[in-house]
Structures are given as C-alpha cells and as structure tokens.
Write a protein of this length. Structure first.
Length: 64
C-alpha cells in the first residue's frame, strides 16, 4: 500500500547506526503473487515480474 515504506525502512537501518561504521544491513520481505502490484511499486514492473515468474524462491535486491 505504501511503496515508499521499504526505502524508508532501509534508510532507517543505515541512520540508526553510526555512519562511520560500515556494517551491512538487510531487510527480509515476504511476498506472494497476490502482492504483484505492491511489489511492482517498490521494485518496478520488470523486476517484480521477473521475481514472481522465477523458479527460485529466494531473491536478493541490492540497493546502495
């Protein structure tokens, strides 16, 4: 429902730590094919479509 929430959550993780500390942070997101529109709002249509039609059940999206 709120596509900007994912990026805000990722930015919050970065801001919560000292910026001089270069630890890696991650967010785990669970989704189903019923979340296609919401997933597309966050990742874009092409990437969401690729993820939903993939035979893999785990995907990593790297954002810098």
């Amino acid at each position: 429902m709120h596509s900007h929430f994912y990026s805000e959550l990722c930015n919050f993780l970065k801001d919560a730590k000292n910026e001089n500390n270069h630890e890696h942070h991650s967010c785990t997101v669970l989704y189903t094919v019923y979340d296609a529109h919401k997933l597309a709002a966050v990742l874009g249509k092409k990437r969401a479509s690729d993820m939903l039609s993939s035979s893999k059940n785990t995907h990593m999206v790297v954002v810098e």
